[in-house]
Design a protein around this ligand. Structure first.
Ligand SMILES: CC(C)(COP(=O)(O)OP(=O)(O)OC[C@H]1O[C@@H](n2cnc3c(N)ncnc32)[C@H](O)[C@@H]1OP(=O)(O)O)[C@@H](O)C(=O)NCCC(=O)NCCS
Length: 184
């Protein structure tokens, strides 16, 4: 049985030119290509921000954030937070999330997802932002659902269906201690 890597074992940095990305290799060619060739330029153009995760000096994962909008007609209305006055709501989009294939299934994907939720939560203290969205690779849908994301049914058969997470309900669900550990 493999033991998960903990939050204390990894360091997450905003991507900069000094980070060597050459050795990173996940199962998805487009994600490798994005990290090596486009992430920095997109960042300089203020299109997205990428965060890189190191474990024992190796780059083991990254995630990229940008902004988004979600239409209310795509949201399941099941919670007290789901009383909508507007047709569209602001969101942070998890534009990329990837773990090096040698480090998959050790808890790094979850750590990165929680780190991204933490940033969205911080942003929501300064700028209106209610949701986190992701256009997921088919093989990753279950990973997101496991962590509370809800699929937009209309998009289920698309190549990359959209899923969303409601920030306030996610915060309510978390234990205070857990949220402090996970989100910093
Ligand atoms: C999807 C991905 C980010 C998951 O990262 P990871 O580090 O392997 O996942 P973790 O070890 O943190 O897994 C956390 C939990 O999710 C589960 N999980 C991980 N990947 C899963 C998948 N593809 N489908 C279903 N469950 C998955 C794990 O079993 C674990 O469950 P548990 O808490 O019950 O033990 C990673 O496999 C990856 O980068 N894949 C290639 C690129 C990709 O598809 N990225 C997503 C883009 S939308």
């Amino acid at each position: 049985m493999s033991v998960n890597i903990s939050r204390d074992d990894v360091t997450i940095f905003p991507l900069s030119a000094k980070h060597n990305r050459a050795s990173f290799n996940c199962t998805n060619h487009d994600l490798n290509d994005f990290l090596k060739n486009d992430a920095l330029e997109n960042q300089e153009q203020m299109v997205s921000r990428t965060y890189v995760c190191f474990y024992e000096k190796q780059l083991v994962g990254f995630y990229t954030l940008t902004t988004d909008i979600i239409e209310v007609k795509h949201i399941e209305q099941t919670h007290r937070w789901d009383e909508y006055k507007h047709k569209k709501y602001p969101a942070i989009k998890l534009a990329r999330l990837s773990v090096d294939s040698r480090f998959e299934r050790k808890g790094i994907g979850r750590l990165l997802l929680f780190a991204a939720v933490g940033i969205a939560l911080d942003v929501s203290n300064y700028v209106g932002c209610r949701y986190i969205t992701v256009d997921a690779k088919q093989e990753a849908i279950e990973f997101y659902e496991k962590h509370g994301f809800i699929i937009v049914e209309k998009t289920r058969t698309k190549n990359e269906p959209t899923l969303y997470l409601n920030i306030p309900t996610t915060v309510e669900r978390m234990q205070p201690a857990e949220s402090l550990d996970m989100l910093d």
